[in-house]
Ligand binder design. Structure first.
Ligand code: HEM
Length: 250
């Protein structure tokens, strides 16, 4: 609310002529909408900020952390990822065109999301009686589809389900899931799926590319594997990584 107040003060003092056109600026504009029907209440504005902070911060942190962990213990994939990054960007800062070409990295991120994606499932309420395949779901029940269960189901992924094998995604998600959209949904499914999906993958690809350009890394012997489910899957004791500078001129 302090940040919002600051924006309002700048407009009131004549220091700025709008609340800004970033995401917060759009929300503050909606809070000041002259049309009452479109106006956001203060509570709604704060709720939106909380949603974006929670939905956007810890999720990407977790994806980046587990990806670094998996690449630290699978040096062959780390090397493949680095080769791809250097082929595409050299020592330059990652750019939009190049990000779209990171195929190996996309495979690695999908496999990380499969193994260490969100854990607690996505609550859904059944609005009216509906038939799903052979199951009849009565109205007004809550459903908790657990993506962690589906992502770790050997019937869908094979006996090597618990292994890190990015090659599963070599021909894309449709091929990896045999066109079964319900087999892999790290960003949810349907009209309420994650609005930040592209932003999240872009952010992660940029950060990971910049790490791979500069460092090779291995897992510290101090690391203790203890993933805990807390919406995202979190490493209970952190992830200790040993970075070695590649002395690249980046
Ligand atoms: C790796 C990163 C991320 C993962 C795994 C993730 C995953 C998800 C999932 C599973 C949902 C629920 C979808 C559903 O109910 O079907 C969701 C919703 C949402 N996510 Fe993300 N997310 C990530 C990053 C982000 C980022 C970076 C932002 C914002 C900048 C964001 C904003 C949101 C919002 C606002 C919703 C609620 C959408 C709605 O209810 O209409 N997410 N996300």
């Amino acid at each position: 609310m302090k940040i919002v107040k600051k924006r309002e003060d700048r407009v009131a003092n004549g220091e700025a002529d709008s609340f800004g056109n970033d995401f917060l600026g759009l929300l503050v504009n909606a809070y000041h909408d002259l049309d009452e029907k479109n106006r956001l209440s203060l509570e709604e504005l704060v709720d939106e900020c909380k949603t974006f902070y929670l939905a956007g911060q810890e999720t990407v942190n977790s994806l980046l952390a587990w990806t670094v962990f998996l690449l630290a213990i699978h040096g062959d994939w780390q090397e493949k990822a680095r080769r791809e990054v250097i082929d595409i960007f050299g020592n330059q800062t990652p750019d939009t065109n190049g990000l779209a070409k990171l195929k190996i990295m996309s495979m690695i991120l999908n496999e990380t999301l499969r193994l260490y994606g969100l854990s607690n499932g996505l609550m859904r309420k059944v609005g009216r009686e509906v038939q799903l395949g052979k199951i009849v779901l009565p109205a007004n029940i809550d459903l908790l589809p657990l993506n962690v269960a589906v992502h770790h189901d050997p019937q869908l992924w094979g006996d090597d389900v618990h292994l890190f094998k990015p090659e599963r995604f070599a021909e894309g998600i449709a091929e990896a899931t045999k066109c079964n959209a319900g087999a892999f949904f790290p960003f949810g499914l349907g009209p309420r799926s994650c609005v930040g999906m592209s932003f999240a993958t872009t952010e992660t690809k940029i950060a990971l590319s910049m790490i791979l350009q500069r460092y090779s890394f291995t897992l510290s012997p101090a690391y203790v594997h203890s993933p805990v489910a807390a919406i995202t899957v979190q490493p209970k004791h952190g992830i200790q990584i040993i970075l070695e500078s590649l002395n690249n001129d980046v």
